[in-house]
Design a binder for this molecule. Structure first.
Ligand SMILES: Cc1cc2nc3c(=O)[nH]c(=O)nc-3n(C[C@H](O)[C@H](O)[C@H](O)COP(=O)(O)OP(=O)(O)OC[C@H]3O[C@@H](n4cnc5c(N)ncnc54)[C@H](O)[C@@H]3O)c2cc1C
Length: 264
């Protein structure tokens, strides 16, 4: 495979290296030590166009490729782990799923948040479902035209600062029949989305500890991971908006178990 960089890619990598060395290198150790989320680094990434670099131009991004994003990430991670991780999440992971499979409204929401400096959180891992993600027990039950999500996630990077959360859950239809695993969008501040304390602390995380409380989430499915639990090869093909109104999830008045998000 020819990995020779084009003149444009070399220029991009130089610009990323220059920014990383000038703005981020000196404070990297302090960020690791204090775990203070580097909002000023995010502002500099945003100004450079590196937040949402892969978001299509029609949504306000740069329309860059994942390969180019990887060049940027390498340069950030070379000097500062936290800034490297922020650059990953601002270009890949949750935002790429939203841009690929979300509805028009969800794409606009995700793009606007990331381009204005949000680092989305992707919520897959659970206390009893790590490498085997299909063992997840978080469930989303259809209630009318919404879904109620119940479960607990952990190791969610940026769970304390992220506005946009992409939460994966087992989906059940109105008759209680399992439909596979799907992704749902939830915004920080949604009643029911409980952000727990960081536990255990992760020295290089640089994301603040937060706690909020409530009980349940109603949300919108944005995509299918697989149509049947366990059939990981059956990749998403379409987006399915569930709630009839608004792009933000709605709170539910009923339910018993909590949705918890916790980051390392
Ligand atoms: C820094 C950090 C950030 C993270 N951020 C996120 C995030 O943002 N969102 C999110 O959803 N998750 C996140 N995670 C969670 C991460 O994805 C999980 O830690 C990972 O999936 C592994 O799960 P686990 O820790 O439960 O380990 P386990 O799945 O319990 O694995 C423990 C060990 O067993 C091995 N093992 C597991 N299964 C097998 C097998 N079948 N055969 C052989 N060996 C096996 C593993 O390789 C590992 O060495 C993060 C984790 C870390 C450390």
């Amino acid at each position: 495979m020819d990995m020779k960089l084009s003149p444009e890619q070399l220029k991009l990598r130089s610009a990323a290296r220059e920014l990383a060395e000038a703005e981020f290198a000196a404070r990297a150790a302090e960020i690791d030590r204090t775990e203070a989320y580097p909002f000023d680094n995010v502002a500099a990434l945003k100004a450079a166009g590196f937040m949402g670099y892969t978001i299509p131009k029609s949504y306000g991004g740069r329309g860059g490729s994942y390969f180019e994003a990887a060049l940027i990430i390498e340069e950030m991670a070379r000097v500062c782990g936290a800034t490297g991780r922020i650059t990953v999440e601002a270009n890949m992971g949750a935002i790429s799923a939203v841009m690929q499979y979300g509805t028009e409204k969800q794409k606009r929401l995700g793009a606007d948040l990331v381009l204005s400096g949000d680092k989305p959180a992707i919520c897959i891992t659970e206390p009893e479902a790590g490498s085997a993600a299909t063992e997840m027990t978080t469930r989303a039950d259809k209630r009318g035209n919404s879904y109620v999500i119940r479960g607990k996630k952990h190791w969610i990077t940026g769970g304390g600062v992220s506005k946009l959360h992409l939460i994966f859950a087992r989906v059940f239809d109105g008759r209680g029949e399992e439909q596979g695993i799907g992704g749902f969008l939830a915004l920080k501040g949604t009643p029911g989305l409980i952000i727990g304390n960081a536990n255990p602390p992760w020295a290089s995380a640089a994301f603040p500890k937060r706690r909020s409380s409530s009980k349940i989430l109603k949300s919108r499915r944005i995509c299918w991971c697989c149509r049947r639990a366990g059939s990981g090869a059956d990749l998403p093909t379409s987006s399915t908006p569930i709630t009839a109104n608004g792009s933000a999830p709605e709170p539910s008045r009923s339910g018993s178990r909590r949705v918890r998000l916790r980051r390392p």
